[in-house]
Design a binder for this molecule. Sequence first.
Ligand code: C5P
Length: 230
Amino acid sequence: PNYWAVVPAAGVGKRMGTNIPKQYLPLAGKTVIEHTLDSLLQHPRIQAIVVAVSSEDRWWPECLPQDKERIIRAPGGAERCHSVSNGLECLLSLAAPEDWVLVHDAARPCLRREDIDRLMETLHGHPIGGLLALPISDTVKRANAEGVVLETVNREGLWRAMTPQMFRLEKLYRALREAIAAGVQVTDEASAMEWAGFSPHLVEGYPDNIKITHPQDLMQAEDFLKRQGR
Ligand code: C5P
């Protein structure tokens, strides 16, 4: 099977408090999304990348990497899951049903080559697929809306889901469409697959692969990219 990527990039990034969507903010000499797309483009096994971009986006395509031949634009959607679904739909005409698709947030510019390799190696021959994740190292609390602790959650077996999430194209597309139609809250691809009755496999990733969400995340990402010479 071949490997493809879908990058949802149609978010507005409310929590950043900037006018520009966070994927277009400057970061280590480029934009956030350029670093993200570069990390995927530099992988020799990824055929092409479908990027879901909002129709109101004024920043695309100026903020793109040089190597544009392997980048395809798809329409963004109201929520992340709709953007991903549009991207997958675009791939259906190019790829085989059993091909792999790596769905990766535009807002995660610190993806390493080793992360992609580990996903591909661990999930090789897997019928469904899986996702990069990190075991939780902090103690976890459940609280009410006022910030009062209700309980300490046993963290054994708890992981933080990251991206890329790598699944068989057709299974993922169907699961996502059906989960959306059923009104299920789908915050990542794996949750749609779980809802459809599949059991995704967790692959431990590097903690550097943060999602740019708050302003201080940019500084952390910049330090990482500079150390890596990117
Ligand atoms: O807002 P959040 O950090 O969860 O967004 C994760 C990713 O999903 C970002 O790359 C964002 O651009 C993308 N997204 C999207 N379409 C939306 C909302 C978010 O492609 N409607």
